[in-house]
Design a protein around this ligand. Structure first.
Ligand SMILES: Nc1nc2c(ncn2[C@@H]2O[C@H](COP(=O)(O)OP(=O)(O)OP(=O)(O)O)[C@@H](O)[C@H]2O)c(=O)[nH]1
Length: 265
């Protein structure tokens, strides 16, 4: 039962932004969104999923993605963005929060730099005959990844009498409430756009607990939420199942059956 996360950071970014002068914001926004697109393309091709955490750093769920794969992506993106230093730190834990905290410690110690600007724990790597470290021991065939896809039930009608920015304010408040509740369960929430959130959850969270949290969020915010739960051997397959579960909730609703939390597999 292991969650593998990779934090991707733009290193020395703050200082580098100053070299662009004051008329820089548009350029930074273009760079950050292109970087996110490139990372999502590279990691999703290997069945991972990247969340744009704070725009200048990204959190990817990388179960089943090897150190060698990371190096390949790192080389490709470094070549494409020569002025910018990218770092990747790979960490594992029993829960997503534990993996995130491990990353913090791994990055602090330079002896954990396995390749230039790629950090990880040596003991998580196999050494092959050529004494080259090239694989993380992460090829579990178990459904280690659990992802929840939450969206607002009927957001189109809720938003009818609100302005664009008033809707944003509502979504931001909702984001904070979801993040706070799931962080207590060592699970990490990300905003996807529109009225959608994904939670990288600890894989032994009970469905009973998820229902309790979703009901608490609905009663404390006054906003009805639906939550699809998915499990998979990697992030993409877990996210696919979570979205499938959410689509099932919509299908049930159409047939008159109201369910707000559903797990497909
Ligand atoms: N990232 C992401 N965004 C989505 C997805 N589905 C819908 N959206 C976004 O969410 C917005 C609202 O769409 P819906 O959630 O379908 O609308 P709704 O009125 O809430 O309808 P129900 O969810 O069926 O209750 C859309 O404009 C999209 O921006 C999805 O699977 N992923």
């Amino acid at each position: 039962m292991v969650c593998q996360l990779t934090v991707i950071k733009l290193e020395g970014y703050g200082a580098w932004t100053l070299t662009l002068g004051s008329d820089r914001e548009y350029a930074l926004q273009i760079l950050q969104s292109k970087m996110y697109a490139d990372l999502q393309e590279c990691f999703s091709a290997k069945n991972g999923l990247v969340f744009s955490n704070r725009f200048d750093e990204f959190i990817a769920v990388t179960n089943q993605i090897s150190l060698h794969d990371h190096k390949e992506i790192h080389d490709r993106l470094s070549k494409k963005n020569e002025g910018i230093k990218i770092s990747m730190t790979i960490g594992t834990g029993k829960t997503p929060l534990e993996a995130d905290k491990a990353i913090q410690d791994i990055k602090r110690d330079t002896k954990n730099m396995i390749f230039p600007n790629i950090y990880g724990l040596q003991e998580n790597c196999n050494v092959n005959e050529g004494q080259q470290i090239n694989e993380l021991e992460n090829h579990s065939n178990q459904n280690d990844v659990k992802i929840l896809h939450i969206d607002v039930n009927g957001s189109t009608s809720i938003a009818k009498n609100l302005s664009t920015y008033e809707i944003t304010n509502l979504i931001v408040r909702l984001y904070l409430a979801i993040s706070n509740s799931f962080l207590k369960e060592e699970s990490l929430t990300f905003f996807l756009g529109g009225d959608n959130f994904m939670i990288v959850a600890k894989n032994n969270i009970q469905i009973k607990k998820v229902i309790e949290i979703v009901n608490f969020l609905t009663s404390s915010t006054g906003i009805k939420l639906n939550c699809g739960v998915g499990n998979g051997i990697n992030a993409r397959s877990a996210a696919e199942m979570a979205t499938k579960s959410l689509d099932s909730i919509r299908a049930y609703r159409k047939s008159g059956k109201i369910i707000n939390v559903f797990e497909s597999n």
